[in-house]
Design a protein around this ligand. Structure first.
Ligand code: FES
Length: 151
């Protein structure tokens, strides 16, 4: 004759132990996983792209204007000077990494975050930016704009 389990306590205890252990584990996982993801960011997919061909055509960029584009996953700025020359720089401000923009009214590159100014060679000329913008090389080949790292 099979012996019946008349004492439900052990299975209830087992269930409670299992429940508390898994809940505790789930709680710890829910807390520490996001914290670890924040503290240890994923490998940046830093592109080794040495050059990029822009979707813009040379005639799309009017004199005394600037256009933001992406270069190796970071913002960059293409400027056509009032004299018609195309120049490109990193658009990441060297102060606190805001994205700079071209201001036709003052004829140079400007960072709105803390009023940083860069001339058309990328040199920091006013405000808090501590160093120039990284400059890129611009080539126009068969009606396409190709921007490359300088060295
Ligand atoms: S981030 Fe550009 S001036 Fe401060």
């Amino acid at each position: 004759m099979a012996e019946e389990n008349t004492n439900p306590e052990p299975s209830r205890r087992n269930f409670l132990n299992w429940f508390l252990n898994t809940s505790g584990g789930a709680f710890l996982l829910a807390v520490f996983y996001p914290v670890s993801r924040y503290l240890i960011p994923p490998e940046a997919a830093e592109s080794s792209t040495g050059s990029v061909t822009l979707a813009l055509k040379p005639d799309d960029v009017k004199a005394n204007t600037g256009q933001i584009f992406k270069f190796a996953n970071r913002p960059a700025i293409l400027v056509r000077t009032a004299g018609g020359e195309l120049r490109a720089f990193s658009a990441v401000c060297t102060h606190l990494s805001c994205t700079v923009q071209y201001r036709g009214d003052i004829g140079h590159i400007w960072c709105a975050c803390h009023n940083g100014h860069f001339d058309l060679n990328g040199q920091n000329i006013a405000g808090p930016p501590p160093r120039p913008l990284d400059a890129f090389v611009v080539n126009v080949r068969s009606n396409q704009i190709v921007v490359s790292r300088s060295a």
